[in-house]
Design a binder for this molecule. Structure first.
Ligand SMILES: [Zn+2]
Length: 322
């Protein structure tokens, strides 16, 4: 049996899988906001310990654990720097060594979106295809390209579809450049636009729905609720995001002639199939070969994709002979 941990900006998911890759135990806990990397690493260990307990197995008997993390990953050095929106995490932190010491078992490290796409390739929506694009639609927009059933790594950072340009000289992206997909369709950018419109006096229920749920941010659940209430501003901003997604995905599909698109991430999974279909429709005007458009499918492993995918990192380690 082995462990897998998915480190997210708001929560940590851990699983223990058996030798047939079935989930035997799982645990979830919030990502600590205080205490910096040491507190986060302790929580990662606690989550896996809890998952092992729920699987009825002693942690020390696990073959090892994989960790999917946001930020700049150096799998060789076992470090994570600039970990997404985790507080006080800029410098490279030796996560593999620190977590290995906490757990007492070998630890392998990978990119969070990458390992989730590996899980979809092996067990989820990507299974029938030789090639597909995995697109993580959440606070930001991440992605990974699978070619011949293997994730294409490039120099190590391939798949950044969030920074495909959808409008020259367009909106400022969180990355500092202009006109990127993420500047139109990332949840953070959509929220900034909504706050601006709200301040200007545009009517919307987005913020009262947010408060009613005790949230400080426009979460995927808040956007989904606003769409159910047919909120005009929410509809306008989501439509704008869908159009931008359609253009960016179609451009990638034109280059690589992909068989399918797998949609995941907080907004992707929350909005689900109806929106996957709208994205597919938004792609059509931009597809060079529009007689056989690739289907847009919703990821099948949901919240556990990252943690299950992280368990596969141990295979890669073995394959690399480390
Ligand atoms: Zn960008």
């Amino acid at each position: 049996m082995r462990g897998g941990i998915d480190l997210g900006g708001t929560k940590i998911e851990a699983v223990v899988v058996d030798d047939e890759d079935r989930v035997a135990g799982k645990a979830r806990r919030p990502t600590p906001r205080d205490g910096g990397p040491p507190a986060v690493i302790r929580s990662l260990a606690e989550a896996l310990r809890e998952a092992a307990a729920s699987a009825g197995v002693d942690l020390a008997r696990l073959e090892g654990a994989g960790l999917g993390s946001p930020g700049a990953i150096d799998a060789g050095a076992g470090t994570v720097a600039h970990a997404g929106n985790l507080p006080d995490w800029e410098e490279a932190v030796p996560v593999v060594a620190a977590l290995g010491e906490e757990l007492g078992i070998p630890v392998a490290l990978g990119n969070d979106v990458g390992v989730a796409v590996d899980a979809e390739t092996a067990f989820g929506a990507g299974r029938p295809y030789r090639s597909f694009l995995g697109l993580w639609w959440g606070t930001g927009i991440g992605g990974a390209v699978v070619l011949d059933r293997k994730r294409w790594l490039g120099g190590g950072s391939a798949g950044e579809i969030g920074h495909v340009v959808v409008k020259l000289g367009g909106a400022r992206c969180p990355c500092g450049r202009r006109g990127c997909l993420e500047a139109y369709a990332g949840r953070a950018a959509m929220e900034a636009k909504a706050r601006h419109a709200h301040k200007r006096g545009e009517h919307t229920r987005l913020f009262e729905l947010m408060e009613a749920r005790g949230r400080e941010r426009l979460t995927s659940g808040v956007w989904a609720a606003a769409l159910e209430h047919d909120d005009r501003l929410a509809r306008k901003l989501v439509n704008r995001a869908v159009e931008a997604l359609g253009a960016a995905i179609a451009s990638v599909a034109n280059v690589l002639d992909l068989e399918a698109i797998v949609l995941a991430g907080g907004l992707g999974t929350r909005l689900g199939t109806p929106y996957a279909e709208r994205i597919a429709k938004a792609m059509l005007p931009h597809l060079f070969f529009d007689d056989r458009p690739p289907p847009v499918l919703v990821a099948e492993l949901g919240d556990l994709a990252g943690a299950v995918g992280a368990t596969l990192l141990l295979d890669e380690r073995e394959a690399a002979g480390s």
